[in-house]
Design a protein around this ligand. Structure first.
Ligand code: SF4
Ligand code: SF4
Length: 400
């Protein structure tokens, strides 16, 4: 195992972090015996960073992680990352309530790395500030109940930079992989965090497993042409650890062979160690994905913001995902965001008024208006949209 510091001058963390959001299950419940066995295996192989969150496994993830640490008497040897469910917080007193519930579930007196979970916009961070989060952080850091503070992010790059620059964060957590180099926070976000001295944890290295289990045949062929023993997951992880500005990469692991393989890549990949030939393999695979793309959008964001609220790159990302990976995931993501379930704001292509402003800015000369219409027609499922609209209304009413 290799180790990198997430925060300058602070402890060394295993480059592979254990994501506790996908424990093995039996029916609807966590298979605790198996989960404890797998975590112990990873621990013995040097993994010392364990990432959980309030809603994972309906609240049981924190409990099982707490049991693992207690059973093996290793509280002083591992680092716990946990997250305030920011999207559920509407009143000041809830911040403390969630935090103490988490300490109780984890059976610990302190959390090493505490994140604001899933900030998507500056507005979501402003909301927490109005509810007194800054006093909470100061007090908890002073008392030692929180050692380091950060936020996890899914959203547009400009929002990420705003949140990043607004507070002296110790670290942040972003989605980053060879297909998302220019999506969400992206490479630019990674570089800005580094400039500000803010450590970066990477999540979704395999895009929820899609870059491994659902990689197209042609991509697998290209990977195997170089080396038959390396899987698609191996390449995806290796590409991330090749970036020296990344400290920890989280993987939600529940299959023994995957854990072993992840540990192998984590041990073998040093920063900037990929050869030109290897980089060419990944570039070729990106090209294979690009050939499956419906719209050649790079996620550069130059077309944004749309004055009518359309998330143009987000819509195209969902549209492409449908053709990269098959299944309904891209469609459900699009509909949820279009209905305003994720950020509270509707951002679907159906908001487009045809004003044409965005098209002047697109370096790929995409006919954005036409493609938005195509995307909406292809992704929208009316009955699902109706359900998501209702869900968004209920959630937004609760927030008020
Ligand atoms: S054409 Fe549509 S997507 Fe583009 S800026 Fe105008 S409203 Fe927004
Ligand atoms: S400017 Fe073009 S390539 Fe860039 S995000 Fe917008 S649509 Fe995509």
């Amino acid at each position: 195992m290799q180790y990198r510091s997430l925060i300058k001058g602070s402890e060394e963390l295993s480059v592979l972090g254990y994501g506790c959001m996908r424990f093995p299950t039996k029916g609807n419940r966590i298979d605790e015996e198996k989960a404890l066995e797998q975590m112990l295996y990873a621990y013995n192989e040097g993994v010392n960073y364990y990432d959980t969150a309030y809603p994972y496994h309906g609240g049981r993830s924190e409990v099982v992680l707490g049991k693992f640490i207690k059973k093996n008497n290793i509280r002083d040897k591992v680092y716990i990352a946990d997250k305030l469910p920011a999207f559920l917080v509407n009143r000041q007193e809830q911040i403390e309530k969630y935090f103490y519930t988490q300490l109780e579930r984890l059976d610990t007196h302190y959390i090493d790395y505490y994140l604001m979970h899933m900030l998507e916009t500056m507005e979501s961070w402003e909301k927490l500030k109005k509810l007194g989060i800054l006093d909470f952080i100061e007090e908890k850091k002073k008392s030692g109940q929180i050692r380091h503070i950060g936020f996890s992010f899914h959203g547009k790059q400009e929002e990420f930079i705003k949140i990043l620059e607004d507070y002296p964060w110790d670290f942040c957590q972003i989605q980053f992989n060879y297909l998302d180099e220019y999506n969400q926070a992206g490479l630019e976000g990674l570089n800005r965090a580094d400039e500000l001295g803010i450590g970066v944890v990477v999540m979704e290295p395999l895009r929820g497993g899609n870059l491994a289990a659902k990689a197209p045949d042609k991509a697998i062929e290209r990977f195997h042409e170089f080396d038959k023993s390396r899987s698609a997951a191996y390449w995806a992880l290796r590409w991330i650890w090749n970036h020296e500005k990344v400290s920890v990469v989280l993987s939600g692991m529940n299959v023994d062979e995957h854990i072993k393989e992840n540990i192998r890549v984590a041990s073998e990949t040093h920063p900037n160690s990929m050869s030109d030939e290897e980089i060419k393999v990944v570039d070729d695979v990106k090209e294979i994905y690009r050939s499956l793309m419906k719209v050649p959008c790079t996620g550069c964001n130059y077309c944004m913001p749309c004055p009518f609220g359309v998330d143009i790159p987000g819509t195209f990302a969902s549209y492409n995902d449908k053709y990269f990976f098959g299944g309904r995931q891209g469609q459900f993501m699009y509909i949820a965001r279009a209905a305003g379930v994720t950020s509270g704001e509707k951002v679907g292509a159906d908001l487009c008024t045809d004003c044409g402003k965005c098209e002047h800015h697109c370096p790929q000369t995409i006919k954005i208006r036409d493609e938005l219409k195509n995307a909406h027609k292809d992704l929208n499922i009316p009955v699902v949209r109706f359900g998501m609209n209702v869900a968004a209304r209920v959630m937004n009413r609760r927030k008020k």
